[in-house]
Design a protein around this ligand. Structure first.
Ligand code: AKG
Length: 206
């Protein structure tokens, strides 16, 4: 069960304006935009998504073993109904806000459920699709307890950038971020509560 933030109790689920987004230039053509608390009623939305999304546990080959992917997943393709109307509103608001810079709408939504501090995702860029070759954007809204999203220059070495994301926070990774930087949600030994992230991506970015 999620320990709600004090300010979030009994708030209607909804979105604030995107005007407060603040950009940090990472270098090598990559940047992040962050807007804390963009989505109101985030703890309520967390409870609804945790209970209603048909979460999938995946397994993958790791060397000679097949292991559990340490988080639950659900992917919604373009045109598929999202599990809460506010997610459609968020996707559309992001598409409108970034239309000049991105030149195309966000179309898909990938949901990840980190049940506790043992769930995580390793260093990667979203490079299965066009993000490997082209500048693009991946916008992530987080609900539930904050977890650190860490970014570093591809291959490591340089300083890393860390943002704690939960309770309705928005981060947008843009420019060359998916090919010149990589990101991760590290495991945490601190008593991290559950978190759900919703990643909006344009067509062909994965
Ligand atoms: O949960 C997050 O905020 C990051 C998710 C992510 O990097 C991914 O699924 O590619």
């Amino acid at each position: 069960m999620l320990q709600g933030s004090l300010f979030d109790q009994a708030e209607e689920i909804g979105l604030g304006p995107l005007t407060g987004v603040r950009r940090t230039v990472l270098g090598d053509g990559a940047w992040i935009d962050v807007l804390p608390g963009w989505l109101r009623g985030a703890d309520e939305l967390y409870e609804r998504l945790a209970g209603s999304v048909p979460w999938q546990a995946e397994r993958r080959q790791m060397y000679e073993r097949v292991v559990d992917v340490p988080r639950l997943l659900k992917f919604y393709g373009a045109g598929q109904e999202l599990p809460h109307p506010v997610l459609g509103a968020a996707r559309d608001a992001l598409s409108a806000h970034y239309s000049g810079e991105l030149g195309e709408p966000f179309t898909t939504a990938g949901l990840c459920f980190y049940r506790d501090g043992r769930d995580s995702v390793a260093w990667h860029g979203d490079r299965i699709g066009r993000g490997a070759r082209e500048d693009t954007m991946v916008a992530i809204v987080s609900v539930g307890a904050p977890r650190d999203l860490v970014l570093r220059l591809l291959g490591g070495g340089g300083p890393s950038v860390r943002r704690a994301l939960g309770h309705g926070d928005l981060i947008v990774m843009g420019g060359s971020c998916q090919r010149t930087w990589e990101h991760a949600i590290p495991k945490s030994t601190r008593a991290a509560g559950p978190r759900i992230s919703v990643q909006f991506r344009p067509r062909g970015v994965r």
